[in-house]
Design a protein around this ligand. Sequence first.
Ligand code: 5U1
Length: 672
Amino acid sequence: MTIPAAIKKTVAQLRASLNEHNYRYYVLDDPSISDAEYDRLFRQLQQLEQEYPQLISSDSPTQRTGASPLSEFATVTHEVQMLSLSNAFDESEVLAFDKRIRDRSQLNAIDYLAEPKLDGVAVSLLYQKGALVRGATRGDGRTGEDITQNLRTIKSVPLRLQGSAYPELLEVRGEVFLSHAGFKRLNDEQRKRNEKLFVNPRNAAAGSLRQLDSKLTAKRPLEVFFYGTGQIRGAVPDGQHSLLKAFKKWGLRVSPLAELVTGARGCMEYYGKLAGRRPRLPYDIDGVVYKVNDRQLQIELGNISRAPRWALAHKFPAQEESTVVNSIEVQVGRTGAVTPVARLRPIFVGGATVSNATLHNRAEIERLDIRVGDTVIVRRAGDVIPEVVSVNLSKRPAGTQRYKFPRKCPVCGSDIVYEGEGIVARCSGGLYCSAQLKQSFKHFVSRRAMDIDGLGDKLIDQLIDRKMVTDPADLYALTAEQLSTVERLAQKSAQNLVKALQRSKATTLPRFLYALGIGQVGETTAQQLAGNFGSLDAIMSASIEELIKVQDIGPVVAESIYTFFRQTHNVEVIRKLLAAGVEWPEEKIEVDLTKRPLAGKTFVLTGTLDAMTRDEAKVKLQSLGAKVTSSVSGKTDYVVVGADAGSKASTAEQLGVDTLDESQFLQLIADN
Ligand code: 5U1
């Protein structure tokens, strides 16, 4: 059937009009028609698309209601790592951040883009030629989950960018969140349907994005603010502030509270202003983010581990409330660490109900002299574990007793031994202790390790208590029949779990290393090990000296890794895991920074060079592995002296530090 040209034209006009109104409503916050009028246009388009389904296109405003449910999320590799932020909790840390940047850049004053730090879920959206082609979660920063279908349902996510000046390929990053009103609406609905209530807006947003059925996500009033980029093919503005302006033009919603400020003082003023507005904002924020505005300088400053050097999250102070201690217990962790925990009368603090708070260690219990029955102040900030700040002695009931730290592990009865000047208590039971064994399994299956979906804490407890598994490799031998004998596990769930176990076998070397639970080896160290050695065999046979050569690995970590691989039971479990089919693609060996020609040498640049700017010289030196600092000291190896050099050249002479004139410097670079 041919479609009349007039119909095609009306459909195109309706779409353009709805997109424009969407843009005005979500991005500009300046609607020009009523909600009723918008609904009328929307329904008109829906009707025409129903009559002429050939006209439906994936970027039509009607196509946000969700697609057919998925059985699982596909994995997405982030071409540009999704970083997290370093945190600052007080002014001195902001001053130190600004000083570090001034020192490294040799600039007197730095411009920063300051914006609210939303308490939501980080996401990445990829636009190709302006069309939304992929949306993903952050995951571990290198790989996330493909949640395109879910992100498409968010009304403030453009399915197509506005205008034409956007880069051909543009990955934008932002935060998905729920407003207070949206959160209340959602929980009211949940209550009506007798469903579980969400603890806070962030958990509700995260849960909504992880729905396999995007039709459910479509019902959640999710919102988004965009704040940065990932991969780009094409040109973008060279300042963070102008980038946000461009985002807005392209239809990407940005925080209306973002501002350009100068220096640490500007940052602190912005922080004070936002802290004052925070109680009246319609959504949760947990601090302020400062970013170096100059994008070229951002590149030069680079990253440390998983956070950029050019950005800082300045957190608002944690929230505190008063409650009563019902009991004090100890918990045994994966490495045997015995941590005391206060069980509390439940209290709502920092956006969640808290009924447990860590007491850290024996010394902390002694310092607080916390007792059962005490009234205490509890603090909670963001994702941080709630803690007891102080005891209100004036409210202590009569007859309370000092808490006595146990001498035996409450789980396995083994002796508790003390490390670190008697502060760290550890159960000596090792994997004989079922608490340690259970925690090791929970770590092994966790999302950032082997990522085995459906193997929850309770199920692990049961599998271990029933002696169905004794080491993680045993998991791979479990059948659906065996699993369905476990309490409350339906046949279908058992089958799905077996499938998830099979799927998890295809992993990566860093994930596998992390999953092994080697003491002191977190995700970053696991990535460093994989990147530097390339294979498991090479890591297993590495000497302590070889391990120490890897960036960020010191003697303690090296010893822990070395010792781990010399325990026959660990090698046996690895052998069993490989025999069960756990595998990964070969790792690319990274260029070892310590092997660059000027590694270990410290330079200071002073005066003007003819051939390049000081910043360019700095980048050159850094790319050859050298460190460039701003002041001359006994630790400086060379001072590069350009024209009109100031006091740094004379300081170098006084301290006997070698100096290089421009031609010697250029020669050094050419030689290396
Ligand atoms: N507002 C804002 N939140 N946030 C989170 N900006 C921002 N930037 C981030 C993150 C993780 O990261 C970039 C600085 C890399």
